[in-house]
Design a binder for this molecule. Structure first.
Ligand SMILES: Nc1nc2c(ncn2[C@@H]2O[C@H](COP(=O)(O)OP(=O)(O)OP(=O)(O)O)[C@@H](O)[C@H]2O)c(=O)[nH]1
Ligand SMILES: [Mg+2]
Length: 301
């Protein structure tokens, strides 16, 4: 039997629904999702199978105008994902249309993808009426030579099967890149750190989610089959530590409980999760924090 395999990069503005789409394609939660922008910080791979094709989806950080070193490293990782892929899917939000951010992406897209196929996925169609979608499709295709346009709802699943089938047909012939039963290739300790960061991002407000990072410090398998996981939450100020702790430690307790529940579901066994907060004013300028996140520190220069 002849097989196909290749990389499909999902790119777009922050919040476009890239991680939601990756998870739906894979059929499991591999990449964290929140209602806030800039949730994903590094490239996350998820693997899906369609007939004789193995599709390696690459979720990327949102593309935006970077200010900080971390932002620059994230945006560089996203464009790097597009540059390395066999096929690129640009996601835009149906309800937001052609924003300045989308225009800025289109300016770079041709050069980065050079000759490789780019599809447009208009996401969140559950939020708009169809006449608006036709106009948006035409306008986008007047601006860039997309191979194909798909109207999807990553959240509800509409249109996702036909996008996946089309993508499978675009991949080159070749052996599969991962074992048949593998769905992600992020180390478990990183997945665990991401789950905690998701719960923090959902509970904290304003700038705080953007000024913290989570690392798994220790992972211990226990004789009874459970795992003890120790994580560090890096924040920049004493005041931030107080907010993450919350009144009488309520906030961190809730975050820990939510993260533990999801980890137990993911791992299929009991987890003892210990969270510690560390004030580190300069963590955004520390190379080790970037490698822990799966980013290249030098990309932030
Ligand atoms: N209504 C609706 N909401 C969606 C859809 N897809 C994603 N969302 C929501 O949009 C928000 C952002 O989704 P994400 O998947 O985190 O978006 P992202 O593009 O990965 O965002 P970044 O990682 O910040 O770049 C979440 O609240 C999702 O639930 C959709 O098809 N319809
Ligand atoms: Mg994301």
């Amino acid at each position: 039997m002849s097989t196909r395999a290749g990389f499909v990069a999902l790119i777009g503005e922050p919040n476009a629904g890239k991680s939601t789409l990756l998870n739906r394609m894979v059929g499991a939660k591999v990449s964290i999702v929140t209602h806030k922008v800039q949730t994903t910080r590094a490239r996350i791979r998820g693997v899906a199978i369609e007939g004789d094709a193995q599709l390696v989806f690459v979720d990327t950080p949102g593309l935006f105008k970077p200010r900080r070193r971390l932002d620059r490293a994230m945006v560089a990782a996203a464009w790097g994902g597009a540059a390395d892929a066999d096929v690129v899917v640009l996601l835009i939000e149906a309800n937001r249309g052609i924003t300045d951010g989308v225009k800025a992406i289109l300016e770079n897209l041709g050069e980065v993808t050079r000759g490789r196929k780019v599809a447009l996925a208009i996401n969140k169609i559950d939020r708009v009426q169809s006449p608006a979608l036709l106009a948006l499709t035409k306008d986008m295709n007047d601006r860039f030579p997309f191979e194909e346009t798909f109207m999807i709802s990553a959240e509800k699943g509409h249109g996702v099967a036909s996008l996946r089938a089309w993508l499978a047909g675009q991949l080159p012939d070749g052996p599969w890149l991962y074992p048949e039963d593998q769905i992600a290739d992020l180390p478990l300790r990183m997945i665990a750190a991401e789950i905690t960061r998701e719960k923090l991002t959902l509970r904290l407000h304003q700038e705080l989610p953007y000024q913290l990072t989570v690392e798994t410090e220790n992972w211990e398998e226990r004789p009874d089959g459970s795992a003890r996981i120790d994580q560090l939450i890096y924040v920049m100020r004493d005041g931030h530590k107080g907010i993450v702790l919350g009144h009488k430690g309520e906030t961190i307790k809730q975050v820990g409980a939510a993260a533990r529940a999801e980890l137990e579901e993911f791992l299929g066994r009991r987890v003892h999760l210990f969270l510690q907060i560390k004030v580190r004013p300069n963590w955004l300028e520390e190379a080790e924090r970037y490698s822990e996140m799966g980013l290249d520190f030098k990309d932030g220069n």
